[in-house]
Design a protein around this ligand. Structure first.
Ligand SMILES: Nc1ncnc2c1ncn2[C@@H]1O[C@H](COP(=O)(O)OP(=O)(O)OP(=O)(O)O)[C@@H](O)[C@H]1O
Ligand SMILES: [Mg+2]
Length: 410
């Protein structure tokens, strides 16, 4: 390579990672270890489609990162191998997080199915009814089975209710030649409770649960990827078991395990280190946690930020056993300084509970004799995050502020 300011960067980037794409979430592996049961169950249910018989609708439920999307994409590819010209069945995949209105979903299904250009449905100008009836006419002409996968189905439901599922599951009542089967995927384990009884029984004719991965299963998944992603010998022995243990502990989430491994490798490479070690994994883990909390802090309201800042200020003041009352006193002072409306102590207590639920702080309930129950609050945020709160523009007037002396109980 010719001399270029990028040269050093490129050389440094290629020490450890052979193929970066393999660790990205968009990569679809050829093998999906530890999902044989789930794959077999689904294949068994949908295989009649290859003889033009209608398979049952399926609802796939499992927590995030348990391989639901990967498995359905894999099955879609295999189905296509079994019927390359799509004579008997077609597979249509929609992600309802991206396409989340009923008309968007119908439009998207239509334009994946309708191959003739002059029959494509225009993006605007048609009513939902017209799109629906044109789609039914088209589907019926094809005389085959359509398997429609609605991934992240709860997203559409939250926005629009279950009308669209009613539309889609009742198509078969109008169709004479073709059939439509729906496969819904959700990571919301309470999803079925939100549905009306009618839709619940239609969508969930078959239910398949994807359990979280165990640490050993995650290790197998990571090992498969690592083999093709990294140059030989660059991974310390303990790295994969450690990544797997961390991810299994929280949620059995393969996406998270792969993320930690990818970020650890990135950190090692950027450092110019020769191997990837458990220390890099720890850095990666902290980075992921920090990024997640930063995202949350971005979304909270100004009032919550002030409450958070009040806790930070008490902490700075070495009031390590602060109570809701202490926080409220500081909160009122800060509101006065920055010119914000003051909420009641009760509302502030609610905001403290909210911050607790978001995992930004840790609030323990303690009883203080005659004063009844009050909360003792512990800060559960790292120095980095404390700094992010302090650096928020709205708190610029607080540079020289110290909370006035607290009347700490106990
Ligand atoms: N058994 C497996 N073998 C190899 N890779 C896997 C396996 N299961 C999941 N993965 C990988 O883990 C990541 C997350 O999987 P996937 O996207 O399928 O999760 P999901 O269950 O759809 O999660 P969500 O509910 O958040 O959409 C993907 O990169 C996927 O390729
Ligand atoms: Mg998914």
């Amino acid at each position: 390579m010719e001399d270029s300011i990028f040269k050093k960067y490129i050389e440094k980037r290629n020490i450890l990672i052979e193929n970066k794409n393999i660790l990205q979430f968009t990569y679809i592996p050829d093998q999906l270890p530890h999902r044989d049961h789930e794959i077999n169950d689904i294949v068994e249910i949908i295989s009649p489609s290859l003889n033009k018989d209608k398979p049952s609708n399926i609802l796939i439920i499992g927590k995030t990162g348990t391989g639901k999307t990967a498995v359905m994409n894999y099955i879609g590819k295999e189905l296509k191998k079994a019927d390359p010209e799509e004579k008997n069945c077609s597979f249509v995949y929609i992600n309802c997080e991206i396409v989340d209105t009923p008309s968007g979903i119908l439009y998207n299904i239509s334009n994946q199915i309708i191959t003739e250009f002059n029959r494509k449905i225009p993006y605007t100008g048609w009513s939902l009814d017209k799109v629906y009836s044109e789609l039914i006419t088209y589907i019926d002409e094809k005389n085959k089975v359509f398997i429609v996968v609605l991934d992240e189905i709860d997203r559409s439901f939250k926005k629009n209710g279950d009308d669209i599922f009613y539309f889609l599951t009742s198509m078969n009542e109008t169709l004479k030649n073709s059939k439509v089967s729906i496969i819904g995927i959700t990571n919301n384990t309470k999803f079925t409770e939100m549905l009306t009884t009618k839709i619940k029984s239609r969508l969930g004719e078959e239910k398949i649960i994807f359990p979280p991965y165990t640490p050993n299963e995650l290790q197998d998944i990571l090992k498969d990827r690592a083999k093709i992603a990294f140059k030989p010998g660059v991974l310390d022995e303990g790295v994969i078991p450690y990544c797997a243990a961390i991810s299994a502990q929280d949620s059995g989430d393969a996406r998270k395990a792969l993320d930690i491994l990818r970020i650890a490798a990135d950190i090692a490479e950027r450092n110019g280190d020769q191997t990837i070690t458990e220390a890099h994994v720890n850095f990666a883990r902290n980075k992921i946690e920090l990024d997640a909390v930063i995202e949350v802090i971005k979304t909270i309201t100004i009032q919550s930020k002030i409450v958070l800042m009040s806790i930070v200020k008490n902490q700075e003041n070495e009031n390590n056993k602060m109570t809701t009352g202490d926080v409220y006193t500081t909160y009122k002072e800060i509101c006065t300084i920055i010119g914000n409306q003051i909420l009641s102590q009760r509302r502030v207590a609610d905001l403290i509970s909210e911050l607790d639920m978001l995992g930004i702080i840790h609030a323990r309930v303690k009883s203080f004799g005659s004063k009844g129950r009050t909360k003792e609050i512990e800060l559960n945020i790292s120095k980095d995050i404390t700094q992010i709160v302090i650096d928020d523009d709205i708190f610029r007037p607080l540079i020289n502020y110290k909370p006035s002396k607290q009347t700490t109980l106990m």
